[in-house]
Ligand binder design. Sequence first.
Ligand code: S6P
Ligand code: ZN
Length: 200
Amino acid sequence: MIIKSSKIQHMEINKLLKKVEVKIDLTTGLMTGKSIVLQKRTIADLKNVFADEKSRLTMPQNQLAYEVQLYLPVLDGTEGGLYFGNTTIYPCKVGNEYMMTKGHFHAKGDRNEYYLCIKGIGYLLLMNEKRECWMEKMTQGSLHFIGANLAHRVINAGIEPLTFLASWPADAGHDYNTIQQNGFSVRLVEVNGQPSVVEV
Ligand code: S6P
Ligand code: ZN
């Protein structure tokens, strides 16, 4: 409907509005919308991720380790496309090692990524192709830029779930094999109640 006010013609805003597909609760990081994909990683899915494989095998195999919500509005591999997601890592240890994501390089090494911590306490572990590692502390509101050719893994070093949002190119792809075979060159373990780095 066209509304006439003085000489300027105004159009009802509703004519142009399209439904927002996804909403994010910024207090929890949870995403809602019809096109959200859910991925769950249990203790059973994390074979050879932790140093203490024996301890992992004694844990309930269906226990949820972390879960990911994904918004994938374009086809996988679309050049110029962007993806968005969240990850929640539940607090737990395998042996004395903190719960963490599998970690990966991007298959297209020059594709970058942002992580934004919503809640919880942990560390973003980064590793370059020379296997040099460094970490950034993740706390509510911390923004992390993951540059080219860096493997990335998030470690929950707290006693609450750690949730972060992420955005990355739709053609980044994931190389899990390199980490599955060689791991990162450091691990984060708890010693006397405090996080401590062990070189591998
Ligand atoms: C994707 C992005 C995240 C991770 C998620 C789980 O590029 O980095 O969505 O997929 O945090 O980690 P991982 O290492 O199991 O994929
Ligand atoms: Zn990634």
